[in-house]
Design a protein around this ligand. Structure first.
Ligand code: NOJ
Length: 535
């Protein structure tokens, strides 16, 4: 093996704990449920689990409103369960990354309960309080991501507090150094327990412009999601943020072999800043592929742009899905293209993060109006279809029994199951040697066995075909050519002038194509991906 770290070479798998496996039949997933499924995760080639929030919370934003950073919500289990999970993960030779939510707490957190008591409470400055304008209105034009103003008036002390998300998620005030000290201590608490790292929630929004100016109008706004009306010039990626991230990295670096990952929805130039000078995030997420239309031309351009701009020593990190975005299988439309997506994610240079269920091509589930749970959808029913995140958070489909093996028969699951779970589930796909799950496993295996895939170089192969994305991954004399056909037409490629040597198909996205390949005439069937060994 080489000198690369586990967080570089291994696949990360995101578990949204409410939706993965229910063990006590309350219709909500939990930690003992996850423990039950570790063998499965190991079996499909996962190295690292990223666990979305499991902390005590009133669940206004399903755990992203934390009321105690050092405990476990009883709905998910106990601290003993968490410790057992961590131990078992390590026994499986896997790693555990947890979600850290430093931008805001729950309004039920003891700091906020104190803070709102009086203007001279010692915790007052833990949050961002401002006087109303002379007309009684909000201090500025900042909006909440979830609808409405980002300011809530608190009658008791006649001031507004800032919340970039729900009013039940007040923003912490990092101009008060005590807040950072508290957050670093929380990180210490979990690192000392042995967690292997953090995924830091809205890492770019922690520092606000100290003068709180109005955001400028966004001339490109499409008139749909209200927060898009402004350019978030004074809340996102403020220079002060980097001081906080550097302090977080220092804590992580006190422990051996841990990782800091940032949630960074940013243009490339700004995203790069979150690597710092190898003293901020080990990996800020690159979400650009997830945000793009599913077209070879756009995807290859984005990958190539990133490859060009990334300084040496900065390691890429890609995701095609998460709990805030439409599922990849729904986005790309067909299972054949979902297979191409899996092949792309698991063969690019950089760490892939897989959202639970994407390995079986789970799709967004249409949620009946009366079952909507996600706050931005509830608060903005007229745009629920655009902002609602319930559809990508439905229970994992394990088997064909009544509740898909997520909860027992007769239990009402917290979100409805996909209608197709009887055929689209882990158990039936495991029985099919050519299923998308089988493909996922084969890709994961290839990735772990071939250094060129898990840590080698990337070289783009131009083809003049707009539907084809081709690239080579290589290290020393190990070389793999990946060709992905995003289109619905068969394409013949002549790569003989660019690539020489013997070529043999190692894996095809339909799990059918095999054999030697003639570089002067490579036939790629519609919607097909190939991994070809060059020797
Ligand atoms: C980003 C998280 O991914 C999302 O689910 C959450 O609602 C917001 N941050 C607020 O914490």
């Amino acid at each position: 093996m080489n000198n690369f770290k586990w967080w570089q070479t291994g696949i990360i798998y995101q578990i949204y704990p409410r939706s993965f496996q229910d063990s006590n039949n309350d219709g909500i997933g939990d930690i003992p449920g996850i423990i039950k499924r570790l063998d499965y995760l190991k079996e499909i080639g996962i190295k690292t689990i990223w666990l979305s929030p499991f902390y005590p919370s009133p669940m206004h934003d399903f755990g992203y409103d934390v009321s105690d950073y050092r405990d476990v919500h009883p709905i998910f289990g106990t601290m003993q369960d968490f410790d057992r999970l961590l131990k078992k993960i390590h026994e499986h030779d896997m790693k555990l990354i947890i979600d850290l939510i430093p931008n805001h707490t729950s309004s039920e957190h003891k700091w906020f309960k104190e803070s709102r008591k009086s203007s001279n409470n010692p915790y007052r400055d833990y949050y961002i309080w401002k006087d109303p304008k002379s007309n009684g209105k909000e201090p500025n034009n900042w909006l909440s991501y979830f609808g409405g103003a980002a300011w809530e008036f608190d009658k008791k002390t006649e001031q507004y507090y800032l919340h970039q998300f729900l009013k039940e998620q007040p923003d912490l005030n990092y101009q008060n150094p005590k807040v950072l000290t508290e957050m670093l201590k929380i990180m210490d608490f979990w690192l000392a327990k042995g967690v292997d790292g953090f995924r830091v929630d809205v890492i770019c929004n922690m520092w606000k412009h100290p003068k709180f100016p109005n955001h400028p109008i966004n001339a490109k706004w499409n008139g749909k999601v209200p927060i898009g009306k402004y350019v978030l010039k004074y809340t996102v990626n403020q220079p002060g943020t980097h001081k906080i991230v550097k302090a977080m990295r220092k804590v992580v670096d006190k422990y051996s072999d841990r990782v800091l990952i940032g949630e960074t929805y940013l243009p490339y130039e700004e995203l790069l800043e979150y690597y710092g000078n190898n003293d901020e995030c080990h990996m800020p997420f690159n979400f650009h592929l997830l945000e793009l239309k599913w077209k070879a031309s756009s995807i290859k351009k984005k990958v190539n742009d990133y490859e060009k701009i990334l300084p040496e020593g900065c390691w890429p990190s890609y995701a095609l899905g998460n709990h805030d975005n439409k599922r990849i299988a729904s986005k790309v439309g067909t299972e054949k293209q979902a297979r191409i997506a899996a092949m792309l994610l698991l063969t690019l240079r950089g760490t892939p993060t897989v959202y639970y269920g994407d390995e079986i091509a789970m799709k967004n589930v249409k949620i009946p109006k009366n079952m909507i749970q996600d706050p931005p959808a509830l608060k903005q029913p007229e745009i629920a279809d655009i902002v609602g995140r319930d559809p990508e958070r439905t229970p994992m489909q394990w088997d064909k029994t009544a509740n898909a093996g997520f909860s027992d028969n007769g239990v009402k699951t917290w979100l409805p199951l996909a209608k197709n779970f009887k055929t689209n589930n882990v158990k039936s796909l495991e029985a099919n040697k050519k299923s998308i799950l089988a493909l996922f496993k084969a890709l994961a295996k290839l990735r772990s066995k071939n250094c060129c895939l898990n840590s080698g170089e990337y070289k783009y192969v131009p083809t003049l075909q707009k539907d084809i994305f081709a690239f080579i991954r290589f290290v020393d004399d190990e070389k793999l050519l990946i060709i992905l056909n995003f289109g619905s037409k068969k394409i013949n490629l002549d790569l003989s002038k660019k690539i020489s040597g013997q070529a043999k198909i190692l894996l095809s996205s339909d799990m059918i194509q095999k054999g030697n390949v003639n570089m002067s005439k490579i036939t790629i069937l519609p919607n097909l991906g190939l991994v070809i060994k060059i020797s």
